[in-house]
Each structure stands twice: as C-alpha cells, then as structure tokens.
Design a protein around this ligand. Structure first.
Ligand SMILES: [Fe+2]
Ligand SMILES: [Fe+2]
Length: 342
C-alpha cells in the first residue's frame, strides 16, 4: 500500500499542519491552566471580607456586577457552540470544555459577591439567573454569521480582551469606593469584591492570549479565511448580547462608570487585539485582505518580527505580514528551481 501525502500547500495539507500546531497549543494551555490558575469561586478568602465592605458599593457598580453575572451565566451557550463547531476534533472540544470550566467559576464569583456583600438576597440572584438563562445566546444573533472555529476564536479575542478591560476598571472603581485602601508601604490593597474580581480578570487575560494564539496559527495556514473572520467579527462588534432583567439599568450603569465609550472600546479593545494579530488598525486589516489576493497559492503567512523560516515544509513560500497590511517575501520554496535570471 502506498500512502500518498497531500501536497503540503493543499487545503488538506494545511489543515494537517494547522491541527498539529493547534494540538500543541491546546495541550500547553490546558496544562498551564491546571496548575497556574487553579482556584475555586466558593473558596476565595475575599468572600469573608465582603459583608464589611458591601455598604460602600455604589448603585452603578451594583448594577454593573449584576450585569457581569448575566453575561457570565450563559456560559453553557458559549461552550456548547464551541463544542458543536469542533465537530469530531477531541482536542478542540477539550479546549472548549476547559474554557467552559473556567468561565463557569466567573459567574459564581459574581453570584457570591452580590449575595455576600449584602447587595441582593440569594432568592433575588437565583431568580435573576433563571430569567437570564431562559433565553439563549447564539453566535448568529451576536454576529450575523453561522459559527465556525475560526469565527469563534476571532470573536473571542476581542470579547476576552473587552471583558478583562471591564473587570480591571471595575476592580479599580471598587477600590475607590472602598476608600482607596493602602498598605503601610503605599501599595493598593484590594479586599472583598475588589480582590475577588481579580480572579476572573486574570482568567480573561489567559483566554485572550490563548485565542490570539489560535487565530495567529490559523492566519499562518489559512490567511484569507482568517483575515476574513477578523473583518466579520470586528464589524459591529459588541459584548455578548444577553437578555437581562436589568438590561437598561446595566447599560446606563456601564455608561456612568465610563465603560461604554465607543472610542475607548476601539482604543482599548479593538486596536490592541488587532495589534496582537500583527496589524496596526482596521484599515490595515482591510488592506491585508486585498493584498493577500496577489500572493501565490503556496504561501504561508507569519507576523512581522515573528517570522521563523526554519522547519517549513517543502513547497511553501513564507511571507511576512507587516503592520500596514503589506506582505514581504521571507523565504522562497525550498524545492524551487534555481532561477537563471538571478
Ligand atoms: Fe468570563
Ligand atoms: Fe473568558
């Protein structure tokens, strides 16, 4: 029997190479998560401090935290979407399950925070959760597109960064509302809810890094599809659309807390996320997709400054994508014939 390997730059060949790299990335993510970020919402010591600090929390921050609970509590919809989009890829399903485990503890942090700080009764919070989860989030409703793994990862890059940015800001706001506590060396102390929100904040940072990595790997093997996914999800991007009983109050509180300014979202979320994909702006993203049309079929795309032409399979030309959306050739195919015109 003869095994005929697909041409490396055929779709099949690319998919095999991408799967291999994604598998390595997923394995290292799961391994790292299980020792570097192992925490449980119900066991956070900050819970014991919440009762004493609860009365200092403003009405706006209370609404914001309730809204965060609403956004995090529909995690099963996000996870299921990812698991279904993974098809029979066990590795991708495992990643979504691990991610779901981490996201689930975020809603638990907010639930404990609201109850332990005395902001709402347990009955109120559980009724709120029941109302939010009676509706279902879908990727189609969110973005107007049917989900695929690359679209989900591209959307997640922006959303995870946005969530982390929200939590960082709310942590600082809580700190101020708590009377800006400091230790004897003048370092800020983050007790109670301000300390508890740091855990989801830290997870969101790790999620952003992981989805960035997945998108960058896709960009290498399937540049056109990946650039297209980034365009699709960044167009009209918003945080997950969730039906919340306090929807209006939440939106108003977000605006009052300085978290809803579209210019800030571009500056703090959209642009830095694109920067991590090697692009300086949305304009550069559009330019990259236009320029890509002129590249040869057997090209691989790497990010500026991160080009590694070692261990590249035969037959590939390596192009570096510049921050402007232009491409430059870094490596000719190894099996190319010597050119007499040189
Ligand atoms: Fe989360
Ligand atoms: Fe997350």
């Amino acid at each position: 029997m003869v095994n005929i390997l697909p041409k490396p730059y055929s779709i099949e060949g690319r998919q095999l190479a991408l799967d291999k790299e994604i598998a390595e990335s997923n394995i290292s993510y799961v391994a790292k998560a299980s020792h570097a970020r192992m925490w449980f919402a119900d066991r956070l010591k900050e819970r014991d401090e919440m009762a004493a600090y609860g009365h200092l929390i403003s009405e706006d921050t209370k609404q914001v935290i309730l809204g965060y609970l609403g956004t995090e509590v529909i995690v099963d919809d996000y996870v299921l979407t990812g698991v279904e989009a993974s098809g029979d890829s066990t590795l991708n399903r495992t990643l979504y399950v691990q991610w779901g485990f981490e996201e689930r503890r975020h809603s638990q942090v907010f639930r404990h925070t609201l109850i332990d700080s005395g902001l709402y009764s347990q009955e109120f919070v559980d009724q709120y959760i029941a109302e939010v989860t009676s509706d279902h989030w879908t990727f189609k409703r969110q973005t107007g597109h049917e989900e695929t793994l690359i679209l989900l990862a591209a959307y997640a890059v922006f959303q995870e960064r946005h969530t982390r940015w929200n939590y960082t800001n709310t942590r600082v706001k809580l700190w101020e509302e708590y009377g800006s506590p400091m230790d004897e060396n003048g370092r800020r102390l983050f007790p109670a809810a301000a300390g508890a929100i740091r855990y989801p904040e830290m997870d969101e940072g790790a999620h952003e890094a992981n989805f960035c990595n997945i998108v960058r790997l896709n960009l290498k093997y399937f540049p056109e599809q990946t650039l297209d996914a980034l365009i699709k999800v960044s167009k009209g991007y918003t945080m997950p659309i969730v039906q919340m009983p306090n929807g209006e109050e939440f939106l108003q509180a977000v605006l009052n807390s300085g978290l809803g300014n579209p210019r800030d979202i571009v500056k703090e979320v959209m642009t830095p996320s694109l920067n991590r994909m090697g692009l300086e702006s949305k304009k550069a993203l559009r330019k990259a997709i236009e320029n890509y049309q002129n590249l040869p079929i057997n090209c691989l795309v790497q990010l500026s400054g991160k080009t590694n032409t070692e261990n590249i399979q035969e037959g590939f030309e390596v192009y570096e994508m510049l921050a402007s959306g232009d491409f430059i050739l870094k490596k000719e195919p190894v099996d190319s014939l010597p050119q007499s015109s040189k």
